[in-house]
Write a protein that binds this ligand. Structure first.
Ligand SMILES: [Zn+2]
Length: 317
């Protein structure tokens, strides 16, 4: 038996065949195209599903198709309400995909919720009663496990970890509010801070590595320059860790989870991020013993694996 998971991103649509052990055994990626007409995204999903089955030489249909989207989903998990980075607003994506495969159950979820499910079924959250995932990318997503299950919210909206206020009066967020966690803790925040520093005359390693061209800055470069000991990049990275530490400690004070996992590209910095982050949280935290703070296990596959697990989760819960 196998399931197919989709991770719809602002740049790419990634899909994979996920087996019972949660391994991705076959995958394909296609550039994400803004929906040209209603149902276009569902058609892409249908085409990619057929391609995957063909590529893997599978004659049996999948047990389920799951689709993870970076945006808000309605409580019945039928519609994408708002996915700002995809330009999708009030799209009945579950039914649109289902229309292509009447015999296959189709599931829809927020991508960070899906990623948290992947961690619950086979990663950092196994056997946890309460756990929180932060995904640091273009934005900041989050998934919460309470009582050993994905927390879908009292009203069915799930959680928006990235849009809790961290910096009152701070930078404007894509959601319209100021100073959201996302404005300080997304990978994008590192990039913005580095570009600002360059504009203000920073002439260290960031300047050398980019020939002074701010457009060449990415999050990995900031981390690499900080790791190399550059003073400007180190200061930017330290402010990032301090902000992330405050976000993490607020979540610890709210939920007292057993585990906090950090995913997204920035988490690939490894102990260079996690060691100072744990220290920062220790300094701020009310509790002397608090959650283990660890990298998320599934990395770039989290959305695919979690989407594929939606069907198993629906059966159990
Ligand atoms: Zn926001």
């Amino acid at each position: 038996m196998y399931r197919i998971g989709f991770d719809i991103g602002g740049t790419n649509v990634a899909a994979g065949i996920v087996d019972e052990s949660l391994a991705v055994t076959e995958r394909i990626t296609r550039r994400f195209e803004k929906q040209a007409y209603p149902g276009a995204l569902a058609e892409t999903v249908a085409e990619m599903t057929r391609m995957l089955c063909q590529q893997a030489g599978l004659s049996q249909p999948p047990a389920a198709i799951g689709v993870a989207v970076p945006g808000s989903i309605d409580p019945a998990a039928e519609r994408v309400l708002n996915a700002y980075n995809l330009g999708l607003h009030d799209v009945p994506l579950r039914a649109e995909v289902g229309a292509h495969f009447p015999q296959i159950p189709v599931f829809l979820a927020n991508d960070a919720d899906a990623a948290a499910l992947a961690e619950l079924y086979g990663g950092a959250f196994r056997d946890a009663k309460c756990a929180v995932l932060f995904t640091l990318g273009t934005g900041v997503g989050g998934g919460v496990i309470v009582g050993g299950k994905l927390w879908r919210g009292g009203m069915g909206h799930g959680v928006e970890l990235g849009h809790m206020a961290l910096d009152i009066g701070g930078a404007r967020c894509t959601c319209g509010m100021r100073g959201c966690i996302e404005t300080r803790c997304a990978a994008t925040a590192l990039i913005h801070a580095a570009r600002e520093a360059l504009a203000e005359g920073e002439r260290g390693l960031l300047f050398k590595k980019t020939d002074g061209d701010a457009a060449k800055v990415d999050a990995k470069l900031v981390v690499d320059c900080a790791r190399a000991g550059d003073a400007g990049a180190s200061a930017i990275f330290a402010r990032f860790v301090d902000a992330l530490g405050s976000a993490v400690v607020s979540v610890i004070h709210l939920l007292d989870p057993e585990v906090i996992a950090i995913g997204g590209g920035v988490s690939l910095a490894g102990e260079f991020l996690f060691a100072p982050l744990r220290e920062n949280v220790r300094e701020k935290c009310f509790f002397s013993e608090f959650a283990r703070i660890v990298p998320a296990r599934f990395g770039n596959d989290a959305g695919i694996v979690g989407a594929a697990m939606l069907e198993r989760d629906a059966k159990i819960n």
